[in-house]
Design a protein around this ligand. Sequence first.
Ligand code: CUA
Length: 160
Amino acid sequence: MERYEKAFLAASAVLLVIFLCALGFSSVAMGVHLPSHSGLIYCGVGEKLRMVLRKTPPFDHPGVREIAPGKYQAVVIAKTWAFIPNEIDLPVGADVSFVATSADVTHGFFIVGTRVNTMLLPGQISKFDYRFTKPGEYLLICHEYCGELHHAMSGKVVVK
Ligand code: CUA
């Protein structure tokens, strides 16, 4: 084997090990993971889905509630072209469990400056956790094209 071949093989092996370590570190130590599909509310769209959503907890009461000291649950419904609620108020250091869904088409849920980034599918539940350690106003945007007012679909998270 050529000397260069050996060198490149060794470099590839080292890179592979580095990438696997980075993956392991981010998923285990930093808790970075893909938002999971956490359940189905109703398989279908249209008026029936909206009716089922209005009756299905916790989506019958969208909003933020404290579920334990320092722990909050934010229930969010996306629909063309708004988030309900449009503003999420939290104290600094809050541990938030987002429970979200869409009432009509596929929407995105991205809080700028954080790793909160997921898709909201009609009738399916998306769950993800985040801790807001810095005060500020975070922009919440839809980043899945969802129709003519997609660009106007936004909200905010106010941490203070
Ligand atoms: Cu909702 Cu784009």
